[in-house]
Design a protein around this ligand. Sequence first.
Ligand code: MAN
Ligand code: CA
Length: 221
Amino acid sequence: MENSNNIYENIEDTEDKIYYSEDKNQNKLDTHRTRKPPKKSSGSRCSRLTAVCLVLLCVLLLTVIIVLWVKFTAERDQLKKERETLLSEMAQGWRYFNVSIYYNIMDKKSWSETRQDCRKRGADLVIINSREEQEFINKTFPDSEAWIGLTDIDIEGSWKWLDGTPLSTGFWWEGEPNQYGGNEDCAMTGFKKGPKIIGVNTWNDCICDVPQVGICEMILY
Ligand code: MAN
Ligand code: CA
């Protein structure tokens, strides 16, 4: 009995030793860890930095998306407005070519009065910059002679558009401008000697006070 007690005591003793040795090892391990902490700390600092960067990136992306959306919405609304204006003006008789719309003022008035009527509509007498534009004018408004935004009222023979640019390419009817009677300082288009317009050259110089219809142009951009 005593023997068996001894055995149990021995076993308990051995177990204690094992636990003690494990504790020592654990202590060693802990000491080891406290002596070399930077590994864990630098890792967590790195992941914190990554998180901050991600948040900043998200904020930046969100800002870009919001700015683009606001810009897009403003542009879309502007286009919608322009489209509505254009459609309503087309319905009122304006015609579209390139980046302008054109309107035929049907009241017969002097060159200056017709110009005033164009300006009241937010436009001005037409300035013709190309052969294509002249062809468009001839085709779209074929029925009558009409004032255009061209005059040599300041210096005889020196034709200028209303925006101040000197005339480079003109579409004068053969023999025009002829300063007939010595006082023809305003230009018209749609001049013809037969029933129909033939070819592109349909300008004539005319007395500015002669009552005439006119063609207005509103440049859209
Ligand atoms: C004729 C031509 C033109 C002139 C007009 C004036 O048609 O001589 O050049 O401008 O008359 O009415
Ligand atoms: Ca003439």
